[in-house]
Design a protein around this ligand. Structure first.
Ligand code: SAH
Length: 228
């Protein structure tokens, strides 16, 4: 895949520091760390926040949404461990940065975002990096994406009160899903796996805060202002 880090020394230096921070949080899988060098995060963020693009922090991307913290995304990748055979469903494209990391490691990524403008921006960044194995859809991801199911991996980047039934329905045998489950203020990261037809859940990380999953099988949109 034709992905080169941006030919920009300043950002390259920041990327190295970010990778050190991610490593400092206990992710030492070289293949994962290298992904953060290969995908220029700033390209996925509004220009106004570029100076913060390589902080290990959630970054505002407009429409009341945030790009997730890179070390948390590294944790997602290390737990899910995508392979080149995997078909991935991502719910909450947001900036598209995690979409890009997944696209470099999996076979195909199907990503759903409810805010059209974010999806359009993510597409532009993915195109710039010539990532062709990604399909984006604008809509309510709480119903999954039945057309391309089942999925080997389901990656949910927004917090849900419980696991929407479509996600477990669309999880392949042997498949794994990561989803933050809890209240609107505080969640735990739940890993669900389908083995011998049965879905088992375990909490793999506590105390995280994601933006809410808004939709038919999660929380109701309080204002309805972000989408449509
Ligand atoms: N991994 C992304 C996370 C973005 S935040 C990143 O790092 O940029 C989560 C995203 O989920 C937001 O963009 C929000 O609009 C989106 N979202 C919330 N509810 C959704 C739903 N029902 N369907 C699709 N996307 C949803």
């Amino acid at each position: 895949m034709a992905v080169e880090p941006l030919d920009d020394r300043k950002f390259a230096g920041y990327r190295r520091k970010l990778i050190e921070q991610i490593r400092g949080r206990g992710i030492d899988d070289l293949a994962i760390l290298q992904l953060f060098d290969r995908v220029p995060r700033h390209l996925f963020l509004p220009q106004g926040v570029w100076p913060r693009a390589y902080e290990d922090a959630p970054i505002p991307i407009g429409f009341g949404q945030t790009a997730s913290q890179p070390s948390l995304q590294a944790l997602y990748l290390s737990v899910l461990d995508p392979t080149p055979e995997d078909t991935v469903l991502e719910i909450g494209t947001g900036s598209g940065f995690l979409t890009a990391l997944l696209a470099l490691t999996a076979d195909r990524v199907y990503s759903v975002e409810r805010i059209r403008e974010l999806s359009v921006r993510a597409r532009a960044a993915l195109d710039q990096l010539q990532m062709k194995n990604v399909a984006l859809m604008v809509g309510d991801g709480t119903i999954g994406w039945r057309k391309y199911a089942p999925f080997d991996l389901i990656v949910v980047s927004a917090a849900s009160p419980s696991i929407p039934p479509a996600f477990t329905d669309q999880l392949a045998e042997g498949g794994r899903m990561l989803i933050p489950v809890g209240t609107r203020d505080r969640q735990e990261l739940v890993l669900a796996r389908r083995e011998n037809g049965e879905v088992r859940e375990e909490v793999i990380h506590g105390e995280c805060t994601f933006v809410p999953l808004l939709g038919r099988f999660a929380w109701a949109s309080e204002t309805g202002d972000e989408a449509d």
